[in-house]
Design a protein around this ligand. Structure first.
Ligand code: PMP
Length: 429
């Protein structure tokens, strides 16, 4: 490569963030970079799905290349997004209410279907005295809730691996933000101790399943520590609601702390197969959030078809079919981990998110392109969502993947690991 030229595959997320200025040269350079990758035929992101997020999908890349892929890139964990009963419920709501809610939920956008979903969520969780605040995105649940319930002079204490929406909510709130080491209850204790006895309102934020590593939140230890210090607790069960726990009520249920969590965050975009989310909190707190979460107050309510579809998905997830789908997704994830872990680094995963850590960001585009051409699609995560040089493919396993599809995917990924040099060294027994 001639000196002074950048290798287009040296891409990292922050590559174009260094020159934000009046001329918007970062936007021009980003666009030129994208054109160069496109011209090289390697742009694998945003490949257009030609149908529902099933275990195998037809896609058309932005270059026009059509491919059939084993879909490990979509978090439709229980396959409910294309379930016929869910689609039927959404169609009925579409026919009755039309396309959109056409108003803020606080003004005129709260429809009967929204109240039905709220009641179904409360009934499913079985927590007395709670209320629900619905949002049109899971991201908005965290930013809106945090900014509504903590203020300047309060403290937010966040697990270092927490999702961007929690971090952004903490920043929006203008409270002091502190971090504790990932899943480390002793470190959380030290941070809370350090705030002193007159710290005012303190909110500890963590998750059910962490999406970068697929590991579970250490909630059985974290929640009691927070409570001992009089802190409130927010648990984001985006990737675990309806999947984890004996009844699908998440990792909070699995760890026996469901009734101690002050803000239980669920998203409808994962296991429920739709879009949107909710926070479950004390009834009066949920009511307050309804009004004071700005991204809820100043934004349109979730559309009726999705709302009714999510309610139907919840009904299925709460019944015997849900239990059977949970059993299958756990079994499928265990199979994929078993196939991959001797050959590639899968980290500390213990859920339906199986990461394959390939390390170098410069491999991302070539690897994604190669995998798609071999018939596999995964979801990439790199800096700043994970540390530098710990880039990874996240494989989202669903209840509907077959053992054949998972074996095929593992075989291709292991071949990629040898091709790109991230296979684990052979162990000498
Ligand atoms: N929380 C977590 C932990 C997430 O991983 C995500 C997105 N994947 C969100 C919140 C945002 O949810 P949504 O995509 O439904 O807006």
């Amino acid at each position: 490569m001639p000196p002074g030229e950048t290798d287009i595959y040296e891409y990292t997320y922050d590559m174009f963030l260094s020159s934000i200025e009046g001329e918007q040269s970062e936007a021009t350079r980003f666009s030129e970079w994208m054109d160069a990758v496109e011209a090289d035929g390697r742009y694998a992101f945003e490949a257009l799905r030609q149908g529902a997020q099933r275990p195998e999908v037809e896609v058309v890349r932005t270059s026009g290349l059509a491919l059939r892929l084993v879909n490990l890139a979509s978090y439709n964990y229980l396959g409910l997004g294309y379930h016929p009963v869910v689609i039927e419920a959404a169609q009925a709501a579409l026919a009755r209410y039309g396309l959109g809610a056409a108003s803020s939920p606080v003004i005129a956008g709260t429809l009967q279907v929204h109240k039905d979903l709220e009641a179904s969520l409360l009934d499913f969780l079985g927590l007395p005295g709670r209320g629900v605040s619905l949002f049109s995105s899971g991201y908005g649940v965290n930013t809106g809730t945090l900014a509504a319930v903590v203020k300047r002079r309060h403290h937010v204490v966040v697990d270092r691996s927490a999702h961007m929406s929690i971090l952004e909510g903490a920043q929006l709130s203008r409270a002091s933000v502190h971090y504790f080491n990932h899943n480390d209850a002793a470190d959380l204790e030290a941070v809370l101790e350090g705030l002193g006895p007159d710290s005012g309102r303190v909110l500890v934020c963590t998750e059910g399943v962490f999406s970068a590593d697929g590991d579970l939140g250490n909630l059985g230890a974290i929640v009691p520590v927070a409570k001992r210090f009089g802190a409130q607790v927010l648990v984001d069960e985006a990737h675990s609601f309806l999947v984890a726990g004996p009844g699908g009520r998440g990792v909070c249920e699995e760890h026996g702390v469901l009734d101690q969590v002050d803000y239980l965050v669920v998203t409808f975009s994962k296991a429920l197969g739709g879009v949107g989310g909710a926070v479950i909190a004390k009834r009066e707190v949920a009511r307050y959030i309804n009004w004071y979460a700005r991204c809820r107050m100043f934004s349109c309510a979730i559309d009726p078809a999705v709302t009714a579809g999510v309610t139907a998905a919840l009904r299925i997830g709460a019944g015997p079919e849900g239990a059977e789908r949970r059993r299958r997704v756990v079994e499928n994830a265990a199979l994929l981990r078993r196939l991959l872990s001797p050959q590639v680094l899968v980290g500390r995963t213990e859920s339906w998110i199986v990461p394959v850590i390939y390390g170098e960001e410069r491999l991302t585009l070539k690897l994604c392109d190669w995998l798609q051409r071999e018939g596999i699609d995964g979801s990439v995560m790199e800096f700043p969502a994970v540390p530098v040089s710990e880039a990874r493919l996240r494989l989202f396993v669903t209840a509907d993947h077959t053992a054949e599809q998972l074996s095929r995917a593992a075989e291709v990924i292991i071949r990629a690991a040898h091709h790109f040099g991230f296979a684990r060294p052979a162990t000498t027994a």
